[in-house]
Each structure stands twice: as C-alpha cells, then as structure tokens.
Design a protein around this ligand. Structure first.
Ligand SMILES: [Zn+2]
Ligand SMILES: [Zn+2]
Length: 345
C-alpha cells in the first residue's frame, strides 16, 4: 500500500524473497493487525523503503523457519517472531549496543512502518539476528510476542524508575483494555497483588479477560476508581486521560505512557498537577518499541501464561483470502490476525 492512501491497500504477488548471507528464510503463519497499521492507512505515519512508492504492511508476525544460515541458533521448523526495528546506520550510542529502541538520531528503520517492508507476506527473508525463538508451547499465539515485547520494555523501565527509592508496584492501574492494555495487565499481575483496569467497554470480551487474570475491571470514570496507585500504565493514547492519570498516583508514583496521542488536541492541565509531580516525586515517562531482550522476555512470559486466555486475546482470525476484513474494525475486537495457513479452528 501507499501510506496515507487507504484505497491503495491490496493483496499483491511479490517475488520470492532472496535471502542474503546470514538471513533466515521464514514462512509466515500469522500476522497481527494493530492501531499502527490503521495510522499508516490514514497517513499519520508510514514510509516505504527507499526507491519504492509502496510499503508491505505488518510488524507483528509469527513464522516457521524454512532455511537458516549455518552456525546460526536456528534450524528449519523453529517458530520465530521477527523484530520490528533495525538500528540506524551510523549507529548512535544506543543502536551500537543493541538498544535500538532507544535510538538517539531517529534514523532507524521499522519493518512494515518506516523504510522497510513488513511481514504481511507469505515468505520473509531477514537477518537471523532479528529473529526471536518462540516456544512450541506458544505455537501460533507467538504472534503476540511483538506487542508483549513493548509491554516487557515498559515494565523494565517502570522498575528501573522505581528503583530510585524503596518502592514496589503494590497497586497498579492500567488504562485501556486493548491488546497492549491486556498484556500490560498480564505482566502486572505477575508483579502486583492489586491490579485495576479502566476501559470504556461494559460488555464484550474485555471485562472477562481482565477478571480471569485476577484484576479488577472498571468502566466508570477515572474519578471513580480510587487513587494512590504506585504505577499507572496508560494504553489508550487519549490525550486528556494521559494528562489526568498522574493525579491518581500516590507519592513516588510512576506513570508510563504507551498510547500515542493525536496531534493538535488542546488539553487543559491543572497547575496542582505540576505542583504535585514535584512535591511527591512523581514520574511521567513515555515508552515505544522494544529490543531483543524485551522480545525474549515476552516470549518467556507468554509461554508461561494460560494459553486458553491468550487464545481469547487473539479473538479475530482472518484467513489470507479474506485479508480486507482484517483492516475493518469491529466493536468487540481485541487482537485481529491474518492467518497464512489453514489452521484448525
Ligand atoms: Zn502493533
Ligand atoms: Zn540509533
């Protein structure tokens, strides 16, 4: 597709990928669709590879290795999740040490998003260094490794910030029960006794998915769900909510923003908030993307999770021939995936 031109979205015949030395050749099994894909369709983000006018979408995928370079950690048959971001060519101090999620010069590329074709294709060739092994226990649910890696990074950084003092994530609030919010809740329940989730939905699959993790689901306003949270993980990208959540943290509270707000929206911020950020050592920070360490942690945690629950997160599976359906939103969607093979239902 051409970023910003939804009409240009189409299923196309591409040449078989030519693996370079060091590349894995992978057959795609599943590709996830998320808000980022919709932002590319709408033209808010998205850039084809140099010299091209169209971009192959897809940054969340699970595939099976068909051929692996000699001496790599991979063998034909392995399940893998490909990593989205590639380090910038300079490279900056962070990309030089594999911390490309913290790139300092912005010249990184991202498969299916920015300057590199994505993973919604039947066959993929990419460097073995950008593949992460997925346990057979997880199977096709390994399509969740990419979104879970974003959550693994968020939690790593929350704990890093928290370690500035005596602190623990005793009381956690997650705002938004989409795929990122639900995965953030899953990670939260591994660390915290008391996890609350706020979402607008009053029916559909979200309340049950939250409840089955042992977390408490709320659909009333932020002012009705208590305060003194040690951590708030904001996963809606709603600018008003992003600016409101610091007020429900306790002293030394941490707000981690993962949702991306629209530009140009005016938000009124109470000066009491600015005052209390200082007087109670509160921290608000943003996080995006993830590196290999986060993918590995995500794959590890997901393999330890109740697979039936994860299967309910991936609640809309669209066969490749019906691909268009995957890009239309439905009210009860949690995670929509395109299936590249005839999976048993
Ligand atoms: Zn995504
Ligand atoms: Zn960099």
């Amino acid at each position: 597709m051409v970023p910003g031109d939804p009409e240009s979205l189409r299923l196309d015949d591409l040449a078989h990928p030519e693996p370079s030395p060091g590349d894995l050749l992978v057959a795609t099994l599943m590709a996830g669709v998320c808000g980022t894909d919709h932002e590319i369709l709408e033209g808010d983000i998205g850039r084809p590879a140099p010299g091209r006018d169209r971009l192959v979408l897809g940054h969340e995928a699970l595939g099976r290795v068909m051929a692996a370079p000699e001496g790599s950690d991979f063998a034909p048959g392995d399940l893998v999740a490909p990593i989205v971001r590639r380090p910038d060519p300079v490279p900056c101090a962070n990309c030089a040490v594999g911390e490309w999620d913290m790139c300092r010069n912005g010249r990184f590329t991202e498969a299916g998003i920015r300057g590199l074709d994505g993973y919604t294709a039947e066959e993929l060739a990419f460097p073995a260094g950008f593949a992460v092994k997925v346990s057979p226990v997880l199977g096709h649910l390994g399509v969740l490794v990419e979104p879970a890696s974003v959550v693994a990074k968020a939690w790593e950084h929350i704990i890093h910030v928290g370690s500035r003092g005596q602190w623990s994530a005793d009381r956690v609030l997650v705002t938004g029960a989409g795929p990122i919010g639900l995965l953030a809740t899953l990670f939260a329940t591994r660390l915290s006794e008391e996890v609350h989730v706020l979402d607008r939905a009053t029916d559909g699959p979200k309340p049950g998915l939250v409840g089955d993790l042992g977390a408490i689901y709320h659909s009333e306003g932020l002012d009705r769900i208590g305060d003194h949270y040690d951590v708030v993980l904001e996963c809606t990208g709603d600018a008003d909510l992003m600016m409101a959540v610091p007020a429900v943290t306790g002293s030394n509270g941490i707000v981690c923003l993962t949702g991306v707000a629209d530009e140009g929206h005016q938000v009124v911020v109470n000066s009491g908030l600015a005052r209390n950020l200082v007087l109670e050592n509160r921290t608000v920070f943003g996080t995006v993307n993830s590196n290999r360490r986060h993918y590995e942690e995500a794959a590890r945690v997901l393999a330890l999770t109740d697979q039936t629950w994860l299967g309910r997160v991936v609640n809309r599976r669209i066969p490749l021939e019906d691909w268009k359906e995957a890009y239309t939103r439905h009210p009860d969607d949690v995670k929509t995936v395109i299936q590249f093979y005839d999976a048993p239902s």
